[in-house]
Design a protein around this ligand. Structure first.
Ligand code: BG6
Length: 470
């Protein structure tokens, strides 16, 4: 659709940015924090450990002041489960509560809305040791952790996100450092059993939030991006439908409607990988209702028909090699899209298409909780960082988001990745995303001083004009 008049961003639009605890905080075993799976994983060769990161744990006041200077209306961060419960369950760590109390209060002091991600890739190591999400108990462990967060922070936090990118946890656990060794021969079954427990944990967490905090809102936070067929051959269209179902709709169909996407169920059945669903599970899934959909978007993917052989299993061009599904789809390059310095396809129009698709399926308000460009930045001698490539990326995505709003989509916030430089999931410190530069290298911590990038000043202007001045 060509639009001659653009609708404005809503007056109370939530502009801000995101981080996650294990990637930004550092102090990973300080003040009684217990280890998470991120602290015990073997980091990829040539990349930094996650013990210092951006040292946000000690510098959050300075960081939030910089966010306020940019005009942030919200800051999305995650709570490290093992700061609150070092063992994952049991005794609460008062220092962990105190840290997030003050972080929230600092945000509020600047009139920045805190948006909490409850769980972002950092399962307590103690629970992982016991079998992590494969155990039915994991559902209640997660819900108990949520109860503590709601009880302590619910008087001030209105927006809650359940699980960050559950779909990436299922599909890319190896790259994210969250996979457990395969417990048997049927890895697919194991993955989707864990996944079922997480879906159930999420449903219970949403129900509990509505009970405990009637004024607050909660939503899932998967990574959603539309899947394109390579050609208009019917077999490629079917392959795109397959991957859309496995990657995207499985998670939102369950969160919003409380049903298993039928295509996915059938695929799991064909592979003897159906999860065990206990009586009552599906009632809980149905009763739980999100208030909004949060989603992360970086770029679309393209697939073609799969001939069912092993060659279709992975996509070596994607992070960690994406896991495919023989007989369902095979990854392929789009061929029309530019690539980021780290080889990710850049597709702003795909962002508009994704927003339209989500909204037309679920009719819920949406907030974009990640979007951004990982790139090598250079700190100049005068303290400037000229990241025009990042500005271009964000500008084009914001333009497309506005077009989606003009198309009729309800979007109430934009929280790109990331507020400040942090450590990437598996590509180290050199892959930077932030508006704020952190002066450190992969292994040399330097002085960790903060510098404003060109994108910092640009985003400030965007926020001040409510998205009019791009
Ligand atoms: C999202 C995650 O998938 O992508 C973040 O929620 C992550 O944790 C971000 O950092 C960018 O990915 P990467 O691999 O470049 O760090």
């Amino acid at each position: 659709m060509k639009c001659s008049t653009l609708k404005p961003f809503p007056a109370d639009f939530l502009w801000g940015a995101s981080t996650s605890a294990y990637q930004v905080e550092g102090a990973n075993l300080e003040d009684n924090k217990g280890p998470s799976v991120q602290d015990i994983k073997k980091v990829p060769e040539g990349t930094s450990e996650l013990d210092v990161c951006a040292d946000h744990y000690h510098r959050y006041k300075e960081d939030i002041a910089l966010m306020a200077e940019m005009g942030f209306k919200e800051y999305r961060f995650s709570v490290a489960w093992t700061r609150i419960l070092p063992e994952g369950t049991g005794k609460i760590n008062p220092k962990g509560i105190a840290f997030y109390d003050d972080l929230i209060n600092t945000c509020l002091q600047y009139k920045i809305e805190p948006i909490i991600t409850i769980f972002h890739f950092d399962l307590p190591a103690a629970l992982n040791e016991k079998g992590g999400w494969s155990r039915r108990e994991s559902v209640d462990e997660f819900v108990e952790y949520c109860r503590i967060l709601y009880g302590h922070f619910g008087d001030r936090v209105k927006y809650w996100l359940t699980i960050n990118e559950q779909n990436m946890l299922a599909m890319l656990g190896d790259a994210l450092g969250t996979s457990r060794p395969a417990a048997g021969t049927n890895r697919l079954k194991q993955i989707y059993q864990d996944n079922h427990h997480m879906l159930l944990a999420q449903a219970k967490a949403m129900k509990l939030l509505h009970k405990m905090l009637p004024g607050a809102k909660v939503g899932p936070a998967p990574n959603i991006s539309l899947i394109y067929p390579k050609t208009c051959k019917p077999a490629d269209i079917l392959a795109a439908q397959n991957f859309n179902a496995i990657r995207n709709w499985l998670y939102l169909d369950m969160a919003v409607w409380g049903i298993y996407n039928p295509l996915v169920l059938s695929w799991l059945e064909q592979n003897d990988a159906l999860p065990e669903i206990l009586p009552g599970d599906m009632e809980i899934m149905k009763e739980a209702k999100p208030d909004f959909i949060a989603f992360n978007y970086y770029g679309t993917s393209t697939v073609e028909a799969s001939d069912g052989t092993e060659k279709d299993i992975s996509d070596p061009s994607a992070r960690g090699g994406r896991i495919g599904a023989p007989g369902m789809y095979a990854f392929t390059k789009n061929g029309t899209l530019p690539l980021s310095p780290f080889g990710w396809e850049i597709d702003p129009e795909g962002f508009r298409a994704t927003l339209r698709e989500i909204y037309s399926r679920y009719h819920l308000p949406m907030i974009v909780t990640e979007n951004g460009l990982g790139a090598y930045d250079r700190l100049e001698e005068d303290g400037s960082v000229h990241d025009d490539y990042r500005i271009d990326y964000l500008r084009e995505h914001i333009r497309q988001m506005r077009l989606a709003i003009t198309d009729g989509c309800e979007v109430f916030g934009y929280s790109p990745w990331s507020a400040i430089d942090l450590v990437s999931t598996h590509e180290g410190v050199v892959k930077r995303y932030g508006f704020i530069y952190v002066n450190r290298d992969e292994f040399d911590l330097k002085d960790l001083k903060r510098y404003r990038k060109d994108s910092f000043y640009w985003y400030k202007k965007v926020i001040a004009s409510n998205g009019e001045d791009l």
